[in-house]
Design a protein around this ligand. Structure first.
Ligand code: NDP
Length: 297
């Protein structure tokens, strides 16, 4: 049997970043340097790594990125004041707040304080509302990355049955709306499943395109998937592996080794959706800089 074509998120994210370099160069010639401020509170090791990645990747494409590091004891008011100041600074195009925040700070209040046009994570109700009404501006980076992967491989969703497993505000729910947009990479018939769905396997079996964002290791097995389906795995899990130097390897929500035997396309973990998330964040910073400067080309 033919094995699936591997959707190479590293290749696509590098392509996105190469294009961004050129776009940033053109913006700089017009006197605009896209700028991103990254709020980091405390020293959560995972957060420090994520923030470092975002800063480095931004700088690589020419975005002026700065990490604003705060002590664990920072007050909510202090953060809100800084966000307000940066909302009013025309040189700042994008802001993100690395979560989680310490428990004395209300994450929602801080995230929602960012002006919608600078919300490059795409989590603000304004941006989610724009997506829902069919005129998206800044899209949440992970589902935006999924969309970009499908576009790169010319996998059209029009008329297809897209089944999204997971309904989080950052992945599943916005992904389901993206594939409803009136576009050849939208126009899908969308089914959304979650932890209360009955007969999950029955829905999954109907998917032409299956998007899994659950957070359950190897939930999706070969017997659940339709032949020649396109399988996009958003899940990331650390699996103990003493043969690796760091002691673990990464795997997804999909049992890759067996599902690849039946799918037509499949994303691996790592190297699938993961690398796309940072690339699309950078894309959002550039999109925001263009929107704020009235540039439409
Ligand atoms: P959440 O925990 O916020 O949401 C998980 C969703 O899956 C919920 O809607 C939940 O249902 C649903 N669910 C849980 N168990 C089942 C089940 N047995 N059957 C069907 N649905 C179920 O997770 P996220 O969306 O934030 O993340 C999902 C995964 O993606 C995680 O592994 C995360 O690490 C990864 N991730 C990867 C990113 C990347 O860059 N590649 C970015 C973001 C996340 P209910 O709503 O009923 O609780």
């Amino acid at each position: 049997m033919m094995a699936a074509k591997i959707i190479d998120g590293k290749e696509v994210s590098n392509w996105v970043k190469e294009n961004l370099k050129k776009e940033v160069e053109r913006l700089k010639q017009r006197g605009i340097t896209p700028s991103l401020k990254i709020f980091l509170v405390g020293e959560n090791p995972a957060s420090v790594v994520y923030v470092g990645n975002k800063e480095k990747s931004s700088k690589n494409v020419g975005i002026d990125a700065e990490v604003l590091s705060y002590n664990e004891s920072v007050t909510e008011e202090e953060l809100l004041n800084k966000i307000k100041e940066l909302n009013n600074d025309p040189k700042v195009n994008g802001m993100i707040v690395q979560l989680p925040l310490p428990s004395h700070i209300d994450e929602d209040r801080v995230s929602l304080a960012i002006a919608p046009e600078k919300d490059v994570d795409g989590f603000h109700p304004h941006n989610l509302g724009m997506l829902l009404r069919g005129t998206p501006t800044l899209l949440p980076a992970t589902p935006y990355g999924v969309l970009q992967l499908l576009k790169y491989y010319s996998i059209e969703t029009q008329g297809k049955h897209v089944v999204v497993v997971g309904r989080s505000n950052i992945v599943g729910k916005p992904a389901s709306v993206i594939f409803l947009l009136k576009d050849k990479f939208g126009n899908a018939t969308v089914t959304v499943c979650h932890s209360r769905s009955k007969n999950l396997a029955e829905y999954i079996k109907q998917a032409d395109i299956l998007i899994v964002a659950v957070g359950k290791h190897h939930l999706i097995t070969k017997d659940m998937v339709k032949k020649d389906a396109v399988v996009i795995d958003v899940g990331i899990h650390r699996v103990e592996d003493p043969t690796k130097k760091r002691g673990y390897r990464l795997e997804g929500d999909v049992k890759f080794d067996e599902v690849k035997e039946i799918a037509s396309y499949i994303t691996p973990v790592p190297g699938g959706v993961g690398p796309m998330t940072v690339a699309m964040l950078l894309q959002n910073v550039v999109n925001a800089a263009k929107l704020q400067n009235g540039i439409t080309d």
